[in-house]
Ligand binder design. Structure first.
Ligand code: C2E
Ligand code: MG
Ligand code: MG
Ligand code: MG
Length: 297
């Protein structure tokens, strides 16, 4: 029996596939199913947006909101964007989905505007795949024009991956968006691989400091040094900074003290549905209303 067990173990060791194949297959199978279902997610009304408030540390008030995509599948339930966005990028489904997101976000902005909620911008994530499609600037411009929302109130969040794909094309498109009035920010800053030289060439107005630098900010000297350096660099390039994933008062205090302009994270607010965001915005924009849920100097 011992011999038999050893033999089996050897066989399995030699043939690693036998050991790993089931897990890989399951992963691939789910990916394929997700990819297929994503094709119909828009028409079937399975997508919706959540809205996460962004706070200016100087005024302690709402200055922006980020639209975050959610997919509620009838049988699988909520599928995380961390799982389905990469699949949508691989299949190209992200292109129509991304257009739907922008249209939805702009419509929502107009609705809030109509009930007197203004004074903040709305950020929309645009994937590198969508960013590389032709006529993107024209499409976005037509949407804000048709819905009568100033382009200045819409911020396009890009990642460093857009520069990686094609630096020349990216530069032209970012410039086009800038000239059309849109704001452009760089998401997950510090986690990409591209050269930083694009920062001075591209019309990027804001750096979003990735949450991986924020997580241990209260205790990690190296994260404090990195964040301080990013903020200083942004300041000297006339860029705004926002820190992502801010969960605690200690993190917010450090960010305030090093000159970071804005924060986004559970500390200020989790992502909210449209109605809850409207209540949040009403309270925050009212001069006599509530400030952020804490004390800052
Ligand atoms: P992101 O653009 O960097 O968005 C920030 C993510 O951090 C969101 O995850 C948000 O829910 C989460 N978050 C916010 N505050 C906190 C916090 O205090 N702590 C922690 N740990 N996390 C926080 P979410 O909504 O799961 O989205 C994940 C990513 O999926 C986004 O990262 C973005 O890259 C992508 N994504 C979301 N919506 C869209 C979209 O409409 N289009 C595209 N292309 N990508 C999207
Ligand atoms: Mg983002
Ligand atoms: Mg981010
Ligand atoms: Mg991210």
């Amino acid at each position: 029996a011992a011999e038999m067990a050893m033999y089996k173990a050897k066989q399995e060791g030699r043939n690693g596939l036998r050991f790993f194949a089931p897990a890989m297959q399951a992963h691939t199978q789910r990916s394929l199913e997700l990819a297929e279902a994503l094709k119909h997610a828009v028409q079937r009304g399975e997508l919706h947006l959540m809205y996460q408030p962004q706070c200016a540390l100087s005024t302690k008030r709402l200055v922006g909101v980020e639209a975050l995509l959610r997919w509620q599948h009838p049988t699988w339930g909520m599928v995380s964007p961390a799982e389905f966005i990469p699949i949508a990028e691989q299949t190209g489904a992200i292109v129509p989905i991304g257009l739907w997101v922008m249209e939805q976000a702009v419509r929502q902005m107009r609705e809030w505007d109509a009930v007197g909620l203004s004074g903040f911008s709305l950020a929309v994530n645009v994937s590198a795949v969508q960013f590389a499609t032709p006529r993107l600037v024209e499409e976005f411009t037509r949407m804000v024009h048709d819905l009568n929302v100033p382009a200045e109130r819409i911020e396009i969040e890009l990642t460093e991956a857009v520069a990686l794909r094609s630096p020349e094309l990216a530069a032209a498109t970012i410039q086009g968006l800038h000239e059309a009035g849109f704001r452009v920010s760089l998401d997950d800053f510090g986690t990409g691989y591209s050269s930083m030289s694009y920062l001075k060439r591209y019309a990027i107005g804001k750096l979003k400091i990735d949450q991986s630098f924020v997580k241990d900010l209260a205790s990690s000297a190296s994260d404090q040094a990195l964040v301080t350096a990013i903020v200083r660099m942004a300041q000297s390039l006339q860029m705004t900074t926002i820190a992502e994933g801010v969960e605690t008062q200690e993190q917010a205090l450090f960010l305030y003290s090093c000159g970071c302009n804005e924060v986004q994270g559970y500390w200020y607010s989790p992502p909210l549905d449209a109605a809850a965001f409207a209540d949040f915005a009403r309270a925050s924009l009212d001069p006599a209303g509530v400030e952020m849920p804490t004390q800052l100097p």
